[in-house]
Design a protein around this ligand. Structure first.
Ligand SMILES: *[C@@H]1O[C@H](CO)[C@@H](O)[C@H](O)[C@H]1NC(C)=O
Ligand SMILES: *[C@@H]1O[C@H](CO)[C@@H](O)[C@H](O)[C@H]1NC(C)=O
Length: 167
């Protein structure tokens, strides 16, 4: 005959097993959610473009950033940090990366947006390499989960070019 204690223990064990299964399934579903963010960035205007007195090129531009990052959000997403960077090559460095704009997206409802903005951080080259320079814009995201590991990735939007002359 089963004692009360034995039955309670069996129920508890069953409950814990179910809970473990649910957690495993949730974390698997999180891993298998393959997000497909999309983004488009237009450069609406070169506000100004000049060589600073000590020789570094600096440009100010206005962008129209459109993005749909809703697929990054799951039950386990706390928030998403997003930033836009300009990436280009120079004789000295194979990759120069200059962050231009960033934002924190607190919820899925805010993850589909467009924003028209001048660069929030200065677009300065470590030299005077920017005239006629081809560059890419990249949209990076860092997904901060409620539990588990952070993950990051980016979209590359190629094919931009700076003017040949300062203005
Ligand atoms: C900026 O992008 C949005 C969404 O794609 C579009 O509706 C809007 O017309 C664009 N603005 C300009 C000035 O191109
Ligand atoms: C810009 O993007 C193109 C196409 O994806 C890639 O081949 C090139 O290496 C990128 N340039 C830099 C500096 O990352």
């Amino acid at each position: 005959m089963h004692s009360f204690g034995f039955r309670a223990n069996a129920v508890l064990t069953f409950g814990i097993t179910i809970l473990a299964l649910i957690c495993a399934m949730a974390s698997i579903s999180d891993n298998f959610n393959s997000p497909r963010p999309s983004s488009e960035i237009q450069i609406l205007n070169i506000n100004w473009f000049q060589k600073q007195p000590h020789g570094n090129d600096e440009v100010s531009l206005t962008m129209n950033i459109t993005a749909d990052l809703q697929s990054l959000f799951t039950w386990n997403t706390k928030q998403v940090f997003v930033f836009v960077a300009a990436e280009y090559e120079t004789p000295k460095n194979a990759l120069n990366q200059v962050s231009l704009w960033d934002a924190i997206i607190p919820a899925k409802e805010h993850a589909k947006f467009w924003v028209q903005t001048a660069n929030k951080y200065r677009f300065v080259d470590q030299g005077s390499n920017l005239r006629g320079k081809d560059f890419n814009l990249t949209l990076h995201w860092h997904v901060m989960p409620k539990t588990g590991k952070m993950f990051a990735n980016k979209l590359v939007i190629p094919g931009y070019r700076l003017p040949e002359e300062y203005r």
